[in-house]
Design a protein around this ligand. Structure first.
Ligand code: NAD
Length: 274
Protein backbone atom coordinates (compact mmCIF):
# COMPACT_ATOMS: atom_id res chain seq x y z
CA UNK A 1 0.00 0.00 0.00
CA UNK A 2 1.21 3.51 -0.81
CA UNK A 3 2.12 5.55 2.26
CA UNK A 4 1.83 9.37 2.41
CA UNK A 5 4.87 11.46 1.55
CA UNK A 6 4.91 13.04 4.98
CA UNK A 7 5.57 11.01 8.09
CA UNK A 8 4.12 11.50 11.55
CA UNK A 9 6.63 11.60 14.40
CA UNK A 10 5.82 10.18 17.84
CA UNK A 11 5.67 13.74 19.25
CA UNK A 12 2.77 14.60 16.92
CA UNK A 13 4.78 16.63 14.38
CA UNK A 14 5.25 15.68 10.72
CA UNK A 15 8.43 15.38 8.69
CA UNK A 16 8.64 15.41 4.87
CA UNK A 17 9.45 12.03 3.35
CA UNK A 18 12.16 13.56 1.15
CA UNK A 19 14.80 16.00 2.28
CA UNK A 20 17.94 17.52 0.86
CA UNK A 21 21.13 16.08 2.34
CA UNK A 22 23.98 18.63 2.45
CA UNK A 23 26.90 16.47 3.55
CA UNK A 24 29.90 17.30 1.31
CA UNK A 25 28.15 20.31 -0.21
CA UNK A 26 30.95 22.92 -0.19
CA UNK A 27 30.32 25.73 2.30
CA UNK A 28 30.50 28.36 -0.45
CA UNK A 29 27.84 26.56 -2.51
CA UNK A 30 25.47 25.68 0.34
CA UNK A 31 23.34 28.85 0.45
CA UNK A 32 22.57 28.70 -3.27
CA UNK A 33 21.94 24.93 -3.19
CA UNK A 34 19.55 25.19 -0.24
CA UNK A 35 17.75 28.23 -1.59
CA UNK A 36 17.13 26.72 -5.04
CA UNK A 37 16.05 23.39 -3.52
CA UNK A 38 13.54 25.15 -1.26
CA UNK A 39 12.20 27.15 -4.19
CA UNK A 40 11.60 23.96 -6.17
CA UNK A 41 9.65 22.41 -3.30
CA UNK A 42 12.00 20.83 -0.75
CA UNK A 43 10.84 21.45 2.80
CA UNK A 44 13.44 19.44 4.74
CA UNK A 45 17.18 20.18 4.88
CA UNK A 46 19.48 17.74 6.69
CA UNK A 47 22.48 19.54 8.17
CA UNK A 48 25.02 18.76 10.87
CA UNK A 49 27.73 20.63 12.74
CA UNK A 50 30.40 18.37 11.24
CA UNK A 51 29.33 19.20 7.64
CA UNK A 52 30.83 22.68 8.10
CA UNK A 53 28.06 24.43 6.18
CA UNK A 54 25.42 25.44 8.74
CA UNK A 55 25.91 29.16 7.94
CA UNK A 56 25.01 28.42 4.32
CA UNK A 57 21.97 26.40 5.37
CA UNK A 58 20.61 29.36 7.35
CA UNK A 59 21.48 31.84 4.60
CA UNK A 60 19.84 29.66 1.96
CA UNK A 61 16.63 29.39 3.96
CA UNK A 62 16.45 33.16 4.40
CA UNK A 63 17.27 33.75 0.71
CA UNK A 64 14.47 31.40 -0.34
CA UNK A 65 11.89 33.84 1.00
CA UNK A 66 9.99 31.03 2.71
CA UNK A 67 8.66 31.56 6.23
CA UNK A 68 10.87 29.79 8.77
CA UNK A 69 7.96 27.62 9.92
CA UNK A 70 7.53 26.08 6.47
CA UNK A 71 10.96 24.47 6.46
CA UNK A 72 12.08 21.52 8.58
CA UNK A 73 15.72 22.04 9.61
CA UNK A 74 17.84 19.28 11.12
CA UNK A 75 21.21 19.50 12.81
CA UNK A 76 23.31 16.95 14.69
CA UNK A 77 25.59 16.83 17.72
CA UNK A 78 29.03 15.64 16.67
CA UNK A 79 30.86 12.87 18.53
CA UNK A 80 33.42 15.15 20.21
CA UNK A 81 30.59 17.18 21.79
CA UNK A 82 28.89 14.24 23.52
CA UNK A 83 28.08 14.80 27.21
CA UNK A 84 25.48 16.98 28.92
CA UNK A 85 27.03 20.47 29.08
CA UNK A 86 29.05 20.06 25.88
CA UNK A 87 25.91 19.07 23.96
CA UNK A 88 24.00 22.14 25.13
CA UNK A 89 27.00 24.30 24.17
CA UNK A 90 27.31 22.59 20.75
CA UNK A 91 23.62 23.12 20.05
CA UNK A 92 23.94 26.83 20.88
CA UNK A 93 26.91 27.05 18.51
CA UNK A 94 24.89 25.40 15.74
CA UNK A 95 22.00 27.80 16.34
CA UNK A 96 24.47 30.69 16.15
CA UNK A 97 25.86 29.48 12.81
CA UNK A 98 22.36 28.86 11.45
CA UNK A 99 21.24 32.27 12.83
CA UNK A 100 18.08 30.60 14.15
CA UNK A 101 16.55 30.45 17.60
CA UNK A 102 15.47 26.84 17.21
CA UNK A 103 15.88 23.82 14.95
CA UNK A 104 13.09 21.41 14.08
CA UNK A 105 15.15 18.32 14.81
CA UNK A 106 18.44 17.67 16.58
CA UNK A 107 20.07 14.23 16.44
CA UNK A 108 22.93 12.54 18.27
CA UNK A 109 25.08 11.94 15.17
CA UNK A 110 26.64 8.60 16.25
CA UNK A 111 26.19 6.55 19.44
CA UNK A 112 29.97 6.21 20.04
CA UNK A 113 29.33 3.48 22.63
CA UNK A 114 32.98 3.36 23.74
CA UNK A 115 32.65 6.95 25.01
CA UNK A 116 29.72 5.91 27.22
CA UNK A 117 28.14 9.38 27.00
CA UNK A 118 25.10 9.02 24.75
CA UNK A 119 22.64 8.91 27.66
CA UNK A 120 23.98 12.21 29.06
CA UNK A 121 23.86 13.61 25.53
CA UNK A 122 20.24 12.49 25.23
CA UNK A 123 19.35 14.10 28.57
CA UNK A 124 20.77 17.37 27.20
CA UNK A 125 18.59 17.11 24.09
CA UNK A 126 15.53 16.49 26.28
CA UNK A 127 16.41 19.66 28.19
CA UNK A 128 16.89 21.61 24.92
CA UNK A 129 13.52 20.38 23.68
CA UNK A 130 11.86 21.44 26.95
CA UNK A 131 13.53 24.86 26.60
CA UNK A 132 12.22 25.26 23.02
CA UNK A 133 15.60 25.33 21.29
CA UNK A 134 14.73 22.09 19.51
CA UNK A 135 11.23 21.00 18.53
CA UNK A 136 11.86 17.26 18.00
CA UNK A 137 14.77 15.12 19.16
CA UNK A 138 16.21 11.96 17.73
CA UNK A 139 19.31 9.92 17.05
CA UNK A 140 21.39 8.68 14.15
CA UNK A 141 23.20 5.41 13.56
CA UNK A 142 21.75 3.88 16.73
CA UNK A 143 21.64 0.09 16.91
CA UNK A 144 18.91 -1.77 18.85
CA UNK A 145 20.97 -1.97 22.06
CA UNK A 146 21.60 1.79 21.99
CA UNK A 147 17.89 2.58 21.47
CA UNK A 148 16.89 0.25 24.28
CA UNK A 149 19.44 1.74 26.70
CA UNK A 150 18.27 5.29 25.95
CA UNK A 151 14.65 4.49 26.58
CA UNK A 152 15.37 2.40 29.68
CA UNK A 153 17.42 5.25 31.17
CA UNK A 154 15.16 8.20 30.31
CA UNK A 155 11.74 6.92 29.23
CA UNK A 156 11.96 9.23 26.20
CA UNK A 157 11.70 7.49 22.82
CA UNK A 158 13.58 9.22 19.96
CA UNK A 159 11.26 10.65 17.29
CA UNK A 160 13.56 9.42 14.52
CA UNK A 161 16.69 7.36 13.88
CA UNK A 162 18.70 8.38 10.80
CA UNK A 163 20.44 5.25 9.52
CA UNK A 164 22.27 4.01 6.47
CA UNK A 165 19.54 2.39 4.37
CA UNK A 166 19.38 1.59 0.66
CA UNK A 167 18.57 -1.42 -1.54
CA UNK A 168 21.86 -3.14 -0.64
CA UNK A 169 21.41 -2.49 3.10
CA UNK A 170 17.70 -2.79 3.85
CA UNK A 171 17.87 -3.00 7.67
CA UNK A 172 14.67 -5.07 7.96
CA UNK A 173 15.20 -6.01 11.63
CA UNK A 174 16.06 -2.48 12.68
CA UNK A 175 13.03 -1.14 10.76
CA UNK A 176 10.78 -3.66 12.52
CA UNK A 177 12.13 -2.48 15.89
CA UNK A 178 11.44 1.12 14.86
CA UNK A 179 7.84 0.13 14.07
CA UNK A 180 7.44 -1.46 17.49
CA UNK A 181 9.01 1.52 19.30
CA UNK A 182 7.25 4.23 17.25
CA UNK A 183 10.46 5.65 15.76
CA UNK A 184 10.54 6.98 12.18
CA UNK A 185 13.48 5.59 10.17
CA UNK A 186 15.27 8.12 7.99
CA UNK A 187 17.60 6.83 5.28
CA UNK A 188 21.06 8.21 4.68
CA UNK A 189 22.92 7.25 1.52
CA UNK A 190 19.41 6.39 0.27
CA UNK A 191 20.57 5.90 -3.33
CA UNK A 192 23.43 3.68 -2.17
CA UNK A 193 25.61 6.11 -4.16
CA UNK A 194 24.14 4.63 -7.35
CA UNK A 195 25.27 1.02 -6.75
CA UNK A 196 21.84 -0.54 -7.50
CA UNK A 197 20.79 1.64 -10.43
CA UNK A 198 21.49 -1.17 -12.92
CA UNK A 199 20.00 -4.02 -10.87
CA UNK A 200 17.14 -5.75 -12.69
CA UNK A 201 14.36 -5.02 -10.13
CA UNK A 202 15.20 -1.31 -10.23
CA UNK A 203 15.53 -1.16 -14.02
CA UNK A 204 12.32 -3.12 -14.59
CA UNK A 205 10.32 -0.90 -12.24
CA UNK A 206 11.82 2.18 -13.90
CA UNK A 207 10.88 0.94 -17.37
CA UNK A 208 7.35 -0.03 -16.29
CA UNK A 209 6.66 3.30 -14.54
CA UNK A 210 8.55 5.58 -16.90
CA UNK A 211 10.72 6.84 -14.01
CA UNK A 212 14.44 6.93 -13.38
CA UNK A 213 16.28 4.38 -11.18
CA UNK A 214 16.80 7.10 -8.54
CA UNK A 215 13.06 7.82 -8.45
CA UNK A 216 12.25 4.13 -8.12
CA UNK A 217 14.63 3.80 -5.17
CA UNK A 218 13.34 6.92 -3.44
CA UNK A 219 9.75 5.79 -3.96
CA UNK A 220 10.76 2.44 -2.41
CA UNK A 221 11.95 4.29 0.72
CA UNK A 222 8.66 6.19 0.94
CA UNK A 223 6.62 3.01 0.59
CA UNK A 224 8.69 1.38 3.35
CA UNK A 225 7.65 4.28 5.60
CA UNK A 226 11.10 5.90 5.62
CA UNK A 227 12.07 9.53 5.18
CA UNK A 228 15.07 9.76 2.79
CA UNK A 229 17.87 12.26 2.20
CA UNK A 230 19.23 12.12 -1.35
CA UNK A 231 22.12 14.49 -2.00
CA UNK A 232 22.71 16.38 -5.22
CA UNK A 233 23.85 19.92 -5.95
CA UNK A 234 22.42 19.68 -9.49
CA UNK A 235 18.97 21.32 -9.76
CA UNK A 236 17.80 18.78 -12.38
CA UNK A 237 18.60 15.86 -10.06
CA UNK A 238 17.14 17.64 -7.06
CA UNK A 239 13.87 18.04 -8.99
CA UNK A 240 13.99 14.40 -10.14
CA UNK A 241 14.49 13.21 -6.54
CA UNK A 242 11.47 15.19 -5.35
CA UNK A 243 8.99 14.03 -8.02
CA UNK A 244 7.64 10.92 -6.29
CA UNK A 245 3.99 11.70 -5.62
CA UNK A 246 2.35 10.65 -8.88
CA UNK A 247 3.47 7.04 -9.17
CA UNK A 248 3.72 3.96 -6.96
CA UNK A 249 5.59 0.67 -6.96
CA UNK A 250 3.53 -2.49 -7.05
CA UNK A 251 3.75 -5.13 -4.33
CA UNK A 252 5.63 -7.35 -6.80
CA UNK A 253 8.14 -4.57 -7.48
CA UNK A 254 8.63 -3.99 -3.73
CA UNK A 255 9.20 -7.75 -3.28
CA UNK A 256 11.71 -7.84 -6.16
CA UNK A 257 13.68 -4.93 -4.67
CA UNK A 258 13.72 -6.75 -1.31
CA UNK A 259 15.90 -9.43 -2.96
CA UNK A 260 18.71 -6.88 -3.49
CA UNK A 261 19.59 -6.78 0.20
CA UNK A 262 23.21 -7.83 0.76
CA UNK A 263 23.74 -6.31 4.20
CA UNK A 264 26.58 -4.22 2.72
CA UNK A 265 27.44 -0.88 4.35
CA UNK A 266 28.94 2.09 2.46
CA UNK A 267 29.70 3.85 5.75
CA UNK A 268 31.22 3.00 9.15
CA UNK A 269 29.93 0.41 11.61
CA UNK A 270 28.03 2.25 14.39
CA UNK A 271 29.10 -0.37 16.96
CA UNK A 272 32.69 0.85 16.79
CA UNK A 273 32.76 4.25 15.05
CA UNK A 274 34.14 7.06 17.24
P1 NAD B 1 23.25 9.32 -1.81
O1 NAD B 1 22.75 7.92 -1.78
O2 NAD B 1 22.26 10.44 -1.81
O3 NAD B 1 24.23 9.43 -3.04
C1 NAD B 1 24.74 10.65 -3.47
C2 NAD B 1 25.27 10.44 -4.86
O4 NAD B 1 24.18 10.12 -5.74
C3 NAD B 1 25.93 11.68 -5.40
O5 NAD B 1 27.08 11.27 -6.12
C4 NAD B 1 24.89 12.27 -6.35
O6 NAD B 1 25.48 12.96 -7.40
C5 NAD B 1 24.17 11.03 -6.83
N1 NAD B 1 22.78 11.32 -7.19
C6 NAD B 1 21.88 12.05 -6.47
N2 NAD B 1 20.70 12.10 -7.13
C7 NAD B 1 20.85 11.38 -8.28
C8 NAD B 1 19.99 11.06 -9.36
N3 NAD B 1 18.73 11.49 -9.39
N4 NAD B 1 20.48 10.29 -10.36
C9 NAD B 1 21.75 9.83 -10.34
N5 NAD B 1 22.61 10.10 -9.33
C10 NAD B 1 22.18 10.87 -8.32
O7 NAD B 1 24.21 9.40 -0.56
P2 NAD B 1 25.01 10.36 0.40
O8 NAD B 1 25.38 11.63 -0.22
O9 NAD B 1 26.10 9.51 0.92
O10 NAD B 1 23.99 10.65 1.60
C11 NAD B 1 22.90 11.54 1.50
C12 NAD B 1 22.74 12.39 2.75
O11 NAD B 1 22.59 11.55 3.91
C13 NAD B 1 23.94 13.26 3.10
O12 NAD B 1 23.99 14.44 2.32
C14 NAD B 1 23.69 13.57 4.56
O13 NAD B 1 22.74 14.62 4.71
C15 NAD B 1 23.11 12.24 5.04
N6 NAD B 1 24.15 11.39 5.70
C16 NAD B 1 24.06 11.17 7.02
C17 NAD B 1 24.99 10.37 7.68
C18 NAD B 1 24.87 10.13 9.14
O14 NAD B 1 25.79 9.56 9.76
N7 NAD B 1 23.78 10.51 9.77
C19 NAD B 1 26.06 9.80 6.96
C20 NAD B 1 26.14 10.02 5.60
C21 NAD B 1 25.18 10.81 4.97
Amino acid sequence: MTKPLRLRLNDGRHIPAIGLGIWQVPAVATAATVSSALQMGYRLVDGAAIYGNEEGLGQGLRASGLPRDEVFVTTKIWNSAQGYDSTLAALDESLGRLAMDRVDLCLIHWPCPAQGRFIDTWRALIRARDDGRVTSIGVSNFLPEHLERLVDATGVVPALNQIELNPRLQQAELRALHDRMGIVPQSWTPLGQGASFDAAPIRNAALRSGRTPAQVILRWHAQLGCSALPRSIRPARQAENLALCDFALTDAEMAAIATLDEGVRCGPDPAVFQ
